[in-house]
Design a protein around this ligand. Sequence first.
Ligand code: GDP
Ligand code: IMO
Ligand code: MG
Length: 426
Amino acid sequence: MKVDVLLGLQWGDEGKGKIVDVLTPKYDIIGRFQGGPNAGHTLEFDGIKHVLHTIPSGIFHDDVANVVGNGVVIDPVILKKEIDALVAMNVDVNKKMFVSKKAHLILPTHRLLDAASEKAKGKEKIGSTLKGIGPTYMDKTGRNGLRVGDLFMSDFDARYNQLVEKHKQILKFHNYEYNLEELQADFDEGVKLLKSLTVIDSEHFVNEAMNNGQSVLAEGAQGTLLDVDFGSYPFVTSSNTTAAGTCTGLGIAPNKIGEVFGIFKAYCTRVGSGPFPTELFDEDGETLGTVGHEFGATTGRPRRCGWIDLPALKYAIMINGVTQLIMMKADVLDGFDTIKVCTHYDVDGEIIDYMPYDIVSTEVKPIYKELQGWKKDLTQLSSIDEVPAELNGYVEYLEQELNVPITIVSVGPDRKQTLMRESVLV
Ligand code: GDP
Ligand code: IMO
Ligand code: MG
């Protein structure tokens, strides 16, 4: 069996958690391959909303293994909170979750370093979630990091203290004040729980499962435009959020990748700093934010909102080799008379249909095409056959422009508010 991948094509928060949960019954394994608790993946069913940060979004289903891959960075404090919340809802996390020995640990001092770095950047700050993601991946690539498997080694404490001392030196350089004592106690508690989980060689686990005919869905975090290589650098996260990240973050060979589900909102949002060509500062932007409840699932920050951006989506589809598109939050557009789609950018009079290299400093003016809105409540629909003609028009226009079929249209946050257009798995 091949591994299917589901990942975000915009700046994150496309609705990955919801769709992974919807697709989970078709799979034996759900695996996260990158990112960490900067992610906030929301699932809704039976009137209850759940937000997951580190734990894969298949956790609410029975008979599915949820793997936290080697490419993920884990904060034991946040993981403990997530697990406690799930256990309180009678979810048997211990039985259904497996953690890679090679996943790196987020230390309390990584979080402090994140805050110190953002403070030092002042107005130029990235708008990080301050979960310690950047500093942890820096230690990973700098070959100083600590991994889950190291927790079981006799020299762990010594290596931990050595790394913390190094971090303290950097914090001193930043003149950053902190109190480590309380953070340390929470970390120790989290580590205790983490050590009690099923810690595995996840690359072997996943490959053996595949060889035995089991199906795997890799769950991305963040979105393509936040990818450290292909996103709007430096306003990005510190991992490869793209399809290639599946290979390095779960130990899957490139020729084992099957379907690539690219997920996008029917409009666009971004949280944190950085370029956003179609961002709206008017009433329409406010409407998208209010109707779409656009507040960060991890930080609660308001998300910036704008119209859909085809040059950006085309780029994301190319980088990821997307085979199927999933369009989310169509219902948020219910009230609009017309819907705008950015087809090109105007850069100093030159009309282009790709993202320029220096998107951070270049003024990019979006060029829009207007499509007819449907002005109907989509949230109550239960079949794709019931959708208004104008929504079909919107979907078909996007398919034609993007040259990839849209197989799912989402019309509300609940599991049930999901309209299948074609058979999702070939
Ligand atoms: P993720 O990070 O990609 O998993 O997405 P988030 O959970 O951060 O953000 C998506 C938000 O949109 C969540 O609050 C979801 O409950 C909500 N959501 C998902 N799909 C839909 C949809 O089709 N319509 C509406 N109105 N909300 C949705
Ligand atoms: P999910 O998986 C949206 C953004 C932050 C910031 C930048 C860097 O829920 O889609 P970091 O904490 O990684 O140093 O932040 O990336 N960011 C996200 N935005 N959704 C996410 O995850 C994000 N994870 C990070 O807002 O701009
Ligand atoms: Mg999110």
